[in-house]
Design a binder for this molecule. Structure first.
Ligand SMILES: [Zn+2]
Length: 253
């Protein structure tokens, strides 16, 4: 299994980061991608990727942080993106539900990331909260390629719109929640060849650990729920999503 999205730099992991990575490996997670959310955490993501062999990094500026950072952060991200263990640009995107970053700042920052991703030829990891159609429009206008829709939340029509554009669709902990039937219906509609899985650790812990700290070692809970939603074997989902992640992020075998 490959965890396509974690925040291993998060202070919640300060007491036991090495143990957390060890538990992920023991649970069958052979690689994970840790994402920065500004200049400082992107730098940290790269350091963690240098330190831990199975960890890869993505560098970017989160939409809820975009108004708090300056040109210096963009310069840091643009420099780090060339590092051999940086496999994607992000986390970037649009968040119309949380924080107080003006939408025009978010949009300008997202467009900058799309151009950076195109220039370096690395995929783009996109966060979306409440901005479904606006997000697709900007990605299309900028000619984004190798898009990963992180923490997909539905609906099924959106899965189809993303799949029609060839975007990767990454599913996380919410698919395990007992009441998430609509999301499971949407997950069933994602084409095999575009499906990814993630934990978004330390956030979005899967059932029955919801509300506590999440960690990449819980990825099997996500894989199991995805498999059930799709009427597939969990081993097949584990293999297929790992293969997809290798292709998406250009990881070695
Ligand atoms: Zn994230």
């Amino acid at each position: 299994m490959i965890d396509s999205h974690v925040h291993l730099d998060h202070p919640d992991f300060d007491p036991d980061r090495e143990t957390v990575v060890g538990r992920a490996l023991a649970a069958g997670v052979c690689a994970l991608v840790t994402l920065g959310t500004d200049g400082r955490t992107s730098q940290r993501a790269v350091e963690l990727a240098e330190w831990f062999q199975p960890v890869y990094a993505a560098v970017g500026i989160h939409p809820t942080q975009a108004h708090l950072v300056g040109d210096a952060d963009r310069a840091v991200v643009a420099t780090l993106v060339g590092h051999p263990k940086v496999v994607a640009v992000g986390e970037c995107g649009l968040d119309y539900e949380r924080g107080d970053c003006p939408r025009e700042v978010q949009e300008d920052t997202l467009r900058w990331h799309v151009r950076l991703s195109r220039a370096c030829g690395k995929p783009l990891v996109v966060h979306n909260r409440g901005a479904h159609l606006h997000l697709l429009r900007i990605l299309e206008e900028e000619g984004a390629i190798g898009v990963v829709m992180h923490m997909f939340t539905g609906p099924a029509e959106y899965a189809e719109a993303c799949a029609a554009r060839g975007y990767w669709i990454s599913v996380g902990g919410p698919v395990t929640y007992p009441k998430a039937e609509e999301l499971r219906r949407a997950v069933a509609r994602i084409p095999d060849e575009l499906l990814l899985v993630e934990t978004d650790s330390p956030f979005a812990a899967p059932h029955p650990r919801r509300g506590r700290r999440n960690e990449p070692g819980y990825l099997p809970l996500v894989v199991e729920a995805v498999a059930t939603a799709r009427g597939q074997e969990s081993g097949a989902v584990a293999d297929r999503t790992a293969e997809n992640a290798r292709r998406c992020f250009g990881l070695a075998r």
